[in-house]
Design a protein around this ligand. Sequence first.
Ligand SMILES: O=c1ccn([C@H]2C[C@H](O)[C@@H](COP(=O)(O)OP(=O)(O)OP(=O)(O)O)O2)c(=O)[nH]1
Ligand SMILES: [Mg+2]
Length: 146
Amino acid sequence: MPIAVKIINHSDHPLPAYATALSAGMDLRAQLSAPIVLKSLERTLVPTGLFIELPAGYEAQIRPRSGLAVKQGITCLNTPGTIDADYRGEIKVILINLSAEEQTIANGDRIAQMVVQSVEQVTWEPAESLSVTERNAGGFGHTGKS
Ligand SMILES: O=c1ccn([C@H]2C[C@H](O)[C@@H](COP(=O)(O)OP(=O)(O)OP(=O)(O)O)O2)c(=O)[nH]1
Ligand SMILES: [Mg+2]
């Protein structure tokens, strides 16, 4: 599905792309004039230079990259981040350094991945009671207990 995209300051940055034939996500790159040094537990908002126009009925999710998480302890704080179909601003990524050491993010680093998905909007039908199910109100680890 083609969607409108604009990328700024992209001289050395390709448009995000699927890395393999069946990849769900496209990696997003940091668009930085200088590296960001993140202390342990520090968070920051990283620009990507990317602006997109999603069709109605779609969202984009910003998700962490597992490699960055396992190697450097860097993840997205608000995962999954939500890009609304009516958002026309720059896509930015909220990263946090959960490692004990300082971590550096450089211009062009692949910092997160974006997954485009269809979404439903719902309307409410106020009800006095809800249908009974096997689970009913059980949750938070209630299954498997004798
Ligand atoms: O990781 C993210 C999350 C959000 N956004 C942008 C797109 C999204 O459409 C907008 C609002 O995001 P969200 O609804 O998560 O934030 P909010 O705190 O509820 O802000 P708002 O009141 O603007 O909705 O910010 C990003 O660029 N990156
Ligand atoms: Mg919001």
